[in-house]
Write a protein that binds this ligand. Structure first.
Ligand code: 5GP
Length: 174
């Protein structure tokens, strides 16, 4: 399986960066009421590793959104397939995402969650492809900026496979 995937960011580098992000988050959220909201399914491995490294009280929840129909640069185009279960009123929400690409998913999810009156909303993403943005949005916590390449592993899929690869890889057709 892994024969088709070249290492782009090794497991060691990903794990080291996740520890750094966790330290920043601990510092910024000291005395806050943190809820980490992971976006299914891509964020699962990142979310699980990240929260293990955060030494403070927190809660977790998950959302699932449909991907937008391609070829558009408008917002409001993702469907909420699974909403959060927890009450976010007055809470400090950290959206945990695998990758920000065009930015459409994050913009829509942020707008949706804002309606639940949290105290704050920020974004933590493992990967960022800034060159692909269609809407202006940035993650406050970014693991790695990557070039415009299709990546798999560490939760990211191709046709629902490769999510379990423990590094970020570049898919190469053989
Ligand atoms: P955006 O709405 O920012 O364009 O896209 C975010 C979603 O697109 C991610 O959550 C992810 O599911 C998918 N995506 C974007 N780039 C890649 C990539 O290089 N590899 C994989 N596997 N998924 C990607």
């Amino acid at each position: 399986m892994e024969g088709n995937v070249e290492v782009l960011i090794s497991r060691e580098k990903v794990e080291a960066r996740i520890s750094e992000l966790a330290r920043e988050i601990e510092k910024d959220y000291a005395n806050k009421d943190l809820i980490c909201v992971g976006l299914l399914k891509g964020s699962v491995m990142f979310m699980s590793d990240l929260i293990k490294e955060i030494s403070m009280d927190l809660r977790i929840d998950f959302m699932k959104v449909s991907s937008y129909g391609g070829g558009t640069n408008s917002t409001g185009v993702v469907k909420i397939l699974k909403d959060v279960d927890l009450d976010l009123t007055g809470k400090d929400v950290l959206i945990v995402e695998d990758i920000i690409d065009t930015g459409l998913t994050i913009v829509n999810v942020k707008d949706f969650l804002k309606q639940k009156n949290p105290n704050s909303i920020k974004v933590c993403t493992l990967l960022d492809k800034p060159s692909r943005r269609l809407v202006e949005v940035e993650g406050e916590y970014v693991g790695f900026e990557i070039p415009d390449e299709f990546v798999v592993g560490y939760g990211l899929d191709l046709d629902e496979k490769y999510r379990n690869i423990p590094f970020v890889g570049k898919f190469v057709k053989k």
